[in-house]
Design a protein around this ligand. Sequence first.
Ligand SMILES: *[C@@H]1O[C@H](CO)[C@@H](O)[C@H](O)[C@H]1NC(C)=O
Ligand SMILES: *[C@@H]1O[C@H](CO)[C@@H](O)[C@H](O)[C@H]1NC(C)=O
Ligand SMILES: *[C@@H]1O[C@H](CO)[C@@H](O)[C@H](O)[C@H]1NC(C)=O
Length: 198
Amino acid sequence: MLLKLFNLLPLLITTLLTTTLQSTTATPTDPTINNFSKRSASTVLNAVTTISTQLITLNNTVTAYPGGIEGSLTALQIQAETIQLEVDLKTAIIAAKQSANFTDEESLSVAQAFVALEPTIASTLTTLVSRKKDFDDGLLGVASLSFLVEWDLQQLSFLSSQLGKAVLEKLSATYAALAPLVLDQISAAFASAIAAYK
Ligand SMILES: *[C@@H]1O[C@H](CO)[C@@H](O)[C@H](O)[C@H]1NC(C)=O
Ligand SMILES: *[C@@H]1O[C@H](CO)[C@@H](O)[C@H](O)[C@H]1NC(C)=O
Ligand SMILES: *[C@@H]1O[C@H](CO)[C@@H](O)[C@H](O)[C@H]1NC(C)=O
């Protein structure tokens, strides 16, 4: 069993790397999200809900990660779920950019969605940081997965700040003035997680 998994390692590493590289070069061109006329606050809200759900999924998988050789398949799953999260963030960025300016009421809902999202992000990052030792010798000491996690965190951090900017531009004045409070909390959470992986 162990030997069999060991033979799979090169494939595993290649798959992890390829999927990561693809995720950074891919542009979201899902034809189902190309209906420009339907962009609105509700599209953004749905996209934020999707991000939140995906964060919880990822958090659960990382929590269940056993590390070591027996964790190899879970490591692949973590990578796949991270890539999906990046796709979800890109979808939300597009939705926000293509939306009309939010009304006061819409701005309130979107602001509330971000306030609710922040602890979910922070919690998932805390879980990722708490498992760093397991990622360090992720593949039987053959390869560390931590460089990959750090890379993912950089991507997620960048995409989150892009989403924050895109949403900020659509908020009405009152909420636009308050939004940096929560957006700064989100980027601080990423900064400290990335620092833990350096
Ligand atoms: C795009 O949105 C318009 C207006 O809501 C709708 O009539 C149309 O069917 C949509 N097109 C697609 C491809 O979903
Ligand atoms: C949207 O809001 C920004 C300010 O946040 C303003 O500069 C811009 O003109 C507005 N766009 C429309 C179409 O009202
Ligand atoms: C993430 O997982 C931890 C356990 O590792 C749990 O305590 C926390 O509530 C979870 N957070 C979310 C947002 O599901």
